[in-house]
Design a protein around this ligand. Structure first.
Ligand code: T1G
Length: 698
């Protein structure tokens, strides 16, 4: 069935593209479009052509699945030039999300009508590329250089009204019936004597060269800081800036060259992997037959950092929240924190006062557990102690409705054990939020042995409501994220005791593209958290396991990081960002002497290799145990919860890009020094033996 069809309605030709689910511009769509345009260009009875894609959305851009493969002719840019050069009026009738190549096709049309729900954008930068079908040249001609660059550098979706005011679209229709709107508009243009209006010839918004060069200077300055690791944002600015000095065809071929450079960059690979990984994470077995229960009213146990954050995430999702705290003082403290957060949002114009009042009306707090008897879901966020959690779940087991879902926000405790105090454990699940829970996107959904598919489906439904990025995890100590974190943390302590400087390690991790270094993260989370974990694990530590005491020495001094203004770094008003705590190196020296270790020099590569090897090592173990169902889920966890750069795809994708054989070689080398900590994972050996990679498991 052709994906592009057309029909003639008197002097108007209607083109309809149909390529579900989002009318992506695949090779078949490009071929169909070009053939149709060429056929209609010869039909003199046709005065206007209307381009539509009636289903879910107007063309949502090039087919991303085709990237990385040879892009078959015709290329979209040529089709856009063909559309623009037609001597017939061309109308693009928009709805949904005309993005990337979809908006480029629309901008090559002479007139654009949009349904009220339309949002337009050129989000190619989020895929590590640039708008390669004329977008960097036509958009500035429609809305000016500053707005065009803002749209292309952020990838934001611009609502219809704003697009109309900016000149990107010409009319907003009254309803969403894209075919009728297009035909009516074309008839009106013909009747009113309008002519073809090539966007490429619109120069008025790109003529004030002084104003433009001033804004380009500012934009480049900001970009040099904001996108210091990234390739495509700078290519976008280059295409716009250089294009202004060239004639249109030259500017288009310059854009094409820069597009090809982006396509070759590994960042494109990483970002496109992240795009699909963040759509594959919801494809979990339980959702095949799981039926979510309707979630409207939820209960939050605990008003601490996590309890207040989760409450706000729920309130922002329109859910009614009752928080349980032990006493009125704790309730006041939680209310004050929540109120202050929304006041700040009002101050920053993120919401207005009415919206704040409406959101706050979704919240109430009490010390009385009985108020929870009508709730659909309870999320427990009390102190990380098994006995306390069991006590809470025993109470909930008595009070809550039989089909109320009981979730724990534990970040490492055994959810199966918590479920043993509930008559029907099928309604128990782990919902591991990340702090601050009202901001962080990641949500680990921890499926226990007896958790039902309906309970899992309800958890994924909650994630969607809260606009979270959910990842399914099985039950183990630390689930996916914290388990891998603890592996590379311990491996890092080994490196520091062997001679590496914690500050050098952090610099290497930051230069790699991570938001923060490992010791910065410890200081942010609080060194006392890790200390409690080390003490909890001490009785189970094997006598032959290497144990580095440096972090204990730091904690024994009460240096827990930001919360004590001193940790691995120093904090305070007049203290520069990332000021190392000079006493840390002293402690490292003392501990090396105590352990009888002669320090050795570490170069950047050694530090990075060990960091990546530790993540891949534990990631492979987690896959073997089916704690994570596929490698891309591990990537989604680290790019959404642990500051791993999305343009590197995630630790498992990055491993594929540098070669699993190299990672295995490193692990084999490390296992000679420490066979207990680095015994090569069988799955990794098998993949290398079969010349396969992690992607083959996705
Ligand atoms: N190509 C291929 N598949 C796509 C796709 C695309 N452009 N967009 C979405 N999908 C798939 C997606 O993987 C999922 O599949 C299903 O459609 C629903 O998507 C020349 C080079 C349009 C706002 O960057 O932002 O044009 O998981 O779950 O939440 O200059 O998808 O069901 O199998 O995200 O309603 C530029 C990317 C391309 C837009 C809809 N365009 N897409 O969101 O659904 S580069 C984009 C989106 C380009 C030109 C350049 C969103 C959406 P599955 P979904 P949604």
């Amino acid at each position: 069935m052709s994906v592009v069809k057309h029909r003639i309605l008197d002097e108007i030709a209607l083109i309809e593209v149909s390529n579900p689910p989002v009318n992506a511009i695949s090779a078949a769509v490009r071929i169909g479009l070009l053939e149709t345009i060429e056929e209609l260009s010869l039909d003199e009875k046709i005065l206007a052509i209307v381009i539509t894609a009636p289903e879910r959305t107007f063309l949502a851009g090039a087919d991303i699945k085709e990237f990385g493969k040879k892009i078959d002719a015709p290329i979209l840019g040529n089709i856009c030039d063909k559309i623009e050069s037609l001597n017939k009026i061309v109308v693009a009738s928009l709805h949904g999300t005309p993005l990337g190549g979809g908006l480029e096709v629309a901008m090559s049309a002479h007139y654009r009508i949009a349904a009220p729900n339309t949002k337009v954008g050129l989000p190619e930068v989020l895929l590590g590329i640039l708008p390669g079908a004329g977008g960097t040249q036509r958009l500035p001609r429609l809305c000016g250089v500053s707005m065009a660059l803002d749209m292309m550098l952020t990838g934001k979706h611009v609502p219809a009204k704003k697009a109309l005011d900016a000149g990107i679209i010409d009319v907003i229709s009254k309803n969403n019936s894209t075919i009728d709107n297009g035909i009516e508009y074309a008839k009106k243009l013909i009747k009113d004597g309008f002519k073809p209006r090539p966007t490429s010839q619109m120069e008025n918004k790109i003529s004030d060269t002084q104003e433009i060069s001033n804004s380009l200077i500012k934009i480049k300055e900001t970009a040099s800081k904001k996108y210091k690791n990234l390739f495509s944002p700078h290519a976008i600015i280059k295409s716009v800036e250089e294009g202004l000095k060239l004639n249109f065809p030259e500017a288009i071929s310059n854009e094409r060259e820069l597009f090809e450079e982006c396509i070759q960059s590994p960042q494109r690979q990483g970002l496109i992997h992240s795009f699909f990984a963040e759509r594959a994470n919801t494809k979990v077995p339980e959702l095949k037959d799981g039926k979510p229960i309707e979630l409207k009213k939820i209960g939050i146990i605990g008003g601490g950092t996590m309890g207040t954050g989760i409450s706000m995430a729920a309130m922002n999702a329109g859910l009614d929240v009752i928080m349980i705290e032990q006493n009125d003082e704790a309730i006041e403290k939680a209310k004050t924190k929540i109120n202050a957060t929304y006041d700040r949002n009002v101050k920053l114009n993120r919401i207005n006062n009415e919206q704040k009042l409406e959101i706050m009306s979704m919240f109430s707090a009490t010390t009385d557990f009985n108020e929870l008897k009508d709730r659909d879901l309870i999320i427990e966020a009390v102190f990380e102690n098994m006995d306390i959690k069991k006590e809470v779940f025993s109470k909930l087991n008595q009070i809550c409705r039989k089909n109320c879902i009981l979730a724990t926000n534990t970040s490492y405790l055994n959810v199966n054990e918590i479920a043993t105090v509930v008559d029907d454990p099928s309604r128990v699940i782990g919902l591991h939020f990340f702090s601050p829970a009202n901001i962080m996107k990641l949500l680990e959904i921890v499926v226990a042995e007896k958790t039902s598919t309906d309970t899992v489906a309800s958890a994924f439904d909650l994630a969607k409501k809260m606009r979270k990025v959910p990842v399914r995890s099985g039950v183990c100590d630390g689930f996916i994220g914290n388990r891998i974190l603890s592996k590379y943390l311990v491996s890092t302590y080994h490196m520091v005791e062997d001679g590496a400087s914690p500050f050098h390690v952090d610099k290497v991790i930051r230069d790699f593209g991570c938001a923060m270094g490992i010791f910065q993260v410890i200081d942010l989370a609080g060194g006392d958290i890790g200390w409690a974990t080390r003490k909890r694990k001490a009785p189970f530590r094997h006598k032959d396991d290497r144990y580095v005491q440096i972090p204990d020495r730091v904690c024994e001094r009460g240096w827990f990081g930001q919360k004590t203004s001193k940790g691995y770094y120093l904090y305070g008003e007049n203290v520069d960002f990332l000021t190392p705590n000079p006493e840390i190196e002293v402690i490292c020296e003392q501990e090396r002497k105590r352990a009888g270790i002669t320090p050795k020099k570490f170069d950047d590569k050694e530090i990075l290799d060990k960091y990546i090897a530790a993540m891949v090592y534990e990631g492979t173990k987690i896959l073997s145990e089916q704690i994570a169902l596929k490698p891309s889920d591990i990537d989604v966890v680290f790019t959404n919860g642990y500051g791993f750069p999305k343009w590197r795809g995630g630790p498992m994708k990055y491993a594929d890009m540098i070669g699993l054989d190299k990672i295995l070689k490193n692990i084999q080398k490390y296992s000679e020094e420490d066979p207990r900590f680095w015994s090569p994972p069988k799955l990794l050996e098998d993949l290398v033996k079969q010349n396969k990679n992690f992607d083959s498991l996705n």
